[in-house]
Design a protein around this ligand. Structure first.
Ligand code: 16G
Ligand code: ZN
Length: 532
């Protein structure tokens, strides 16, 4: 039975404020850090119950608000294979978080019954947090939730979101044939750095890379990684002020670069023409590359450019390994992918478009033998299906060239964090491809030229009236709006525009692209005018 007295005792220390409503969305619970205490306590209990429901498998909890301002915080759960929480439980999380203090025990009891949770099972939870000042108190609330129900907790400390995902998968595969890696931060660094060293050995010296850590948890984590990488990858860290109040994600980081399409001011004067730099976001699961060209212009290498670079490389390797018709490589994008990237990729391999949000991309990528997925915002990874991993391990190459390509593919399986987008793993992956292709940032950028594009936020009275189909590329409601958008888009050379309600903010987003900058801007504002 539920230890109701103990739970009640602990719950009294983490009361929910009556006027607050919480919702587990695409990014978990996310709001001002100071109002999340009761949520973390209840999430502790929920994570333990999820573990019991899954026969004592370890569940992950990450406390972060990613690229949001420093005063925000949030929490999301990680399922046993390192993936995001199953959708049905997102609703359970919302229900539990919103129960009043008086109802809480009843709602909990009810839930245990309907979800058929065997309370006698063990429960294990591994948790981490980013560098936000509210994190420490929220971890304490989470621990109280775990203690209240007698769960076994493991503290991963201040770490990145992708490391928590890695740990969950490593813990749950320990001792099995599919062992993912040593279940520790050192295990993560060792696995990745070893694969990286093998992949770049014998290549030309890699030129210096500047890494903007967004004044977040990427700073200590990349720093540790540089100790494992040694000379193989010369890195200069910037924006590492994790203890400076207000610095997190402020005028820096992957989201700043993507949305402003400009250099973080702190990098001005640092970069030589053509030198590569990249930005992480606040929890190190997004990555943006960029450089300053000879004329002094800023050029951005976003998630689409990373997908193009990486997918073409993997297709080549599969062909060189003699596996062209045995291993099907595909790419998954969203409607935000630049039209030029979709064109470039479609000419080389199958490309699928899915609705925004990591879970949709991840799921679609699992349908390929090797699925490359990236959101334009820099979140993405590469998934190798279990049968492909086995094939790569057992395939008998017939020439030395095939053998080399196969070895590279097997090392990529080790290098890439396949649980979720991981800025550090993705950065090493990009560096490997650049080293193999002997590409500079300029050559990488010239794979294709981005169509100028524009993203506009529109505040509307009710964003719920906006409903989409065809992977968010078309509006079905409000009725009559879609033909008008198309009619406008047709007037511009290369014009494309779509409208979708945000999943994270109370706004509608308008995206447009066209061959000319001025036309992309004009199209966006005219479509915004239709929406408003
Ligand atoms: C969330 C998603 C991200 C998506 C963004 C879109 C996850 C873990 N994160 O941050 O993938 O790009 O939402 O936000 O799924 P929007 O709906 O406000 O445009
Ligand atoms: Zn993030």
């Amino acid at each position: 039975a539920l230890p109701v007295d103990t739970i009640a005792e602990y719950a009294a220390r983490h009361p929910k404020a009556p006027h607050l409503h919480f919702s587990y969305g695409t990014a978990g619970f996310r709001t001002l850090g100071v109002v999340l205490d009761s949520v973390l306590f209840r999430v502790g209990i929920l994570a333990a119950l999820r573990s019991k429901r899954l026969d004592g498998k370890t569940i992950g909890v990450m406390i972060t608000a990613s690229h949001n301002p420093e005063e925000d915080n949030g929490v999301k759960l990680v399922d046993p294979r390192g993936e995001m929480l199953e959708a049905a439980w997102e609703n359970h999380a919302t229900t539990l978080a919103n129960a009043s203090n008086e109802e809480f025990l009843d709602v909990l009891r009810q839930f245990v019954q309907t979800a058929r949770i065997d309370l006698s099972k063990p429960s294990r939870v591994v948790y981490g947090r980013d560098t936000r000042p509210t994190g420490e108190g929220l971890v304490q609330a989470l621990r109280d939730g775990l203690a209240a129900i007698g769960a076994e907790g493991r503290d991963a400390g201040i770490t990145t979101t992708p490391i928590v995902h890695y740990l969950v998968k490593a813990i749950n595969t320990k001792g099995t044939k599919q062992e993912y890696g040593e279940d520790s931060e050192e295990g993560y660094f060792e696995k990745m750095s070893e694969a990286f060293r093998k992949l770049v050995s014998g290549r030309a010296r890699i030129p210096q890379l500047i890494v903007d850590c967004a004044n977040g948890v990427g700073a200590p984590i990349v720093k540790k990684m540089t100790e494992y990488l040694g000379e193989t990858l010369p890195i200069v860290l910037v924006n590492t002020a994790i203890d400076t109040p207000g610095a997190l994600n402020h005028n820096c980081g992957a989201d700043f670069v993507k949305t402003r399409q400009t250099l973080p001011p702190s990098l001005h004067g640092m970069m030589k023409p053509g030198q590569r730099a990249c930005s992480f976001d606040g929890d190190a699961d997004r990555l943006m590359y960029y450089f300053i060209d000879e004329r002094g212009y800023f050029a951005m290498l976003d998630g689409d450019k990373i997908a193009a670079l990486v997918a073409a490389f993997i297709v080549d390797l599969a062909r060189l390994a003699g596996l062209a018709d045995k291993v099907k490589v595909g790419v998954v994008q969203t409607a935000y992918a630049n039209g030029a990237s979709t064109k470039y990729l479609s000419e080389r391999l199958p490309v699928r478009c899915v609705p925004t949000g990591v879970k949709h991309l991840h799921h679609a990528a699992e349908q390929f033998d090797i699925g490359v997925y990236f959101e334009a915002n820099g979140h993405g990874t590469v998934l190798f299906s279990p049968s492909t991993i086995e094939r790569l391990e057992t395939h008998e190459p017939s020439t030395p060239a095939q053998s080399t390509a196969l070895k590279h593919l097997n090392n990529l399986v080790q290098l890439i964090n396949q649980t979720v987008g991981d800025a550090l793993s993705d950065m090493l992956l990009v560096e490997v491809v650049l080293a193999h292709k002997a590409y500079s940032a300029i050559e990488w950028n010239s794979l294709y030229s981005d169509l100028p594009n524009r993203l506009v936020k529109v505040y509307v009275p009710n964003r719920n009236v906006f409903k989409t189909e065809d992977a968010e590329r078309r509006l079905v409601s409000p009725a009559g709006l879609q033909p008008k958008i198309e009619e406008l888009a047709r007037r511009y050379d290369g014009g494309r525009s779509f409208v979708r309600p945000s999943g994270t903010e109370d706004v509608v987003r308008v995206y447009s692209e066209a061959v000319l900058r001025s036309q992309a801007d004009e199209l966006a504002f005219r479509v915004a005018g239709l929406v408003y």
